[in-house]
Design a protein around this ligand. Structure first.
Ligand SMILES: C[S@@+](CC[C@H](N)C(=O)[O-])C[C@H]1O[C@@H](n2cnc3c(N)ncnc32)[C@H](O)[C@@H]1O
Length: 347
């Protein structure tokens, strides 16, 4: 039993079953015992693309420099990263984009991080770049920006809805007669709009707020928002809440706060929200195709040639990112921009 288990059990005893989104928020962000607040395990519990190969961040850095030029090369460009993990992608992006000198002078990194533990790691890794730190996008400085987020949307807490003969119900976490956490359902007062034939839906309430904030900023400034994450390209995911601990899938209910909780991103819903907010939407495109169009194979060949005896493992790691049987098709890239923009590179 974890300390957070006791806290959640007491909360349910007092208030009744809690929606999955509340459970997820407590598990990830409880200030004392939440997974990201206390003991985030990037590299231990799960691996991410920037941690697998430096080529990932390097290619995205070059993409950012290219888009900056397309945006008219503004004098200051904020490079915004929500959920920067250990700061690896930002470091790789900034290092690689030095080949575009104007960009290097214009760029100001902004980090948005909920975890104090990871914020400390980022501050050490990125000290030379003097990043600005904000708690949420709404409080970031105003100006032209390029936002790039890898595996951020999948951490946004989700509500889960299920339709049966009685209509829509919301999945919740309650207590069994013996005091264990269990999943149950309560009738839903605000059922979601579902495409015909869909009986299971997940909705991240934070996603709508994020898109509205982005749309406001993109109406005021040139910009791009690129999200890379996992989930099906077209259809809404069903029940995809998962827990990870030490590289393996775990039961999300047994050790709250000790494992990462995630859910597939509903890219069709994200695109719908963005279009309704008046934005241009490019993608989702399979990560593999996106990175290959941006020159991953060429960059990788150069890296391999300079990596000596490490060449083969460097090459193998980078190829995982684009392999259709690995991350290449499971992950998608989607870009939001003002409707008047040209198609961003890679789509
Ligand atoms: C799965 S990790 C990905 C880290 C990094 N982007 C990478 O690819 O290695 C999720 C990151 O998002 C952060 N995070 C989760 N929810 C957040 C929130 N609501 N606001 C800001 N950061 C958040 C986590 O602390 C962590 O840095």
């Amino acid at each position: 039993m974890t300390p957070l288990f006791e806290r959640i059990r007491d909360l349910i005893r007092m208030e009744g079953p809690i929606p999955v989104s509340v459970f997820m928020t407590l598990c990830l962000h409880d200030p004392d015992h939440g997974y990201y607040a206390s003991n985030p395990g990037i590299g231990r519990d799960f691996q991410t693309a920037p941690e697998i190969s430096q080529v990932f961040g390097e290619i995205l850095g070059l993409w950012a420099a290219h888009e900056w030029l397309e945006m008219g090369a503004p004098e200051t460009i904020f490079l915004v990263e929500p959920g920067p993990g250990r700061g690896v992608m930002m470091a790789d992006m900034l290092r690689a984009s030095k080949v575009a000198p104007g960009f290097r002078d214009a760029v100001r990194p902004i980090l948005i991080e909920a975890s104090p533990v990871l914020a400390e790691v980022q501050s050490q890794r990125l000290a030379a770049y003097n990043p600005i730190r904000v708690q949420e996008l709404a409080t970031a400085p105003e100006g032209p920006f390029i936002l790039i987020a890898n595996e951020f949307l999948d951490c946004l807490p989700i509500r889960q809805f299920v339709r049966d003969n009685h209509g829509w119900a919301e999945r919740c976490v309650g207590l069994s007669t013996t005091g264990e956490l269990i999943f149950g359902r309560t009738p839903s007062p605000d059922p979601p709009h579902a495409p015909p034939g869909v009986d299971q839906l997940e909705r991240a309430p934070g996603m709508a707020g994020l898109v509205i904030e982005l749309a406001g900023r993109l109406a005021r400034h040139p910009g791009r928002a690129l999200f890379i994450d996992y989930g099906p390209a077209a259809s809404p995911p069903g029940d995809t809440l998962r827990a990870y601990r030490e590289g393996r899938q775990a039961d999300p209910l047994t050790t709250p706060g000790r494992c990462d909780l995630t859910a597939d991103v509903d890219f069709s819903y994200l695109a719908q929200l963005a279009e309704a907010a008046g934005l241009r939407v490019d993608g989702p495109a399979a990560q593999g195709e996106f990175l290959l169009r941006l020159g991953l194979a060429e960059r990788c060949a150069r890296l391999k040639a300079h990596a000596g005896s490490q060449g083969e493992s460097v090459h193998r790691a980078a190829m995982r990112l684009v392999d259709p049987l690995d991350m290449g098709s499971r992950f998608q890239a989607i870009c939001l921009s003002p409707r008047s923009s040209a198609a961003p590179a890679g789509f």
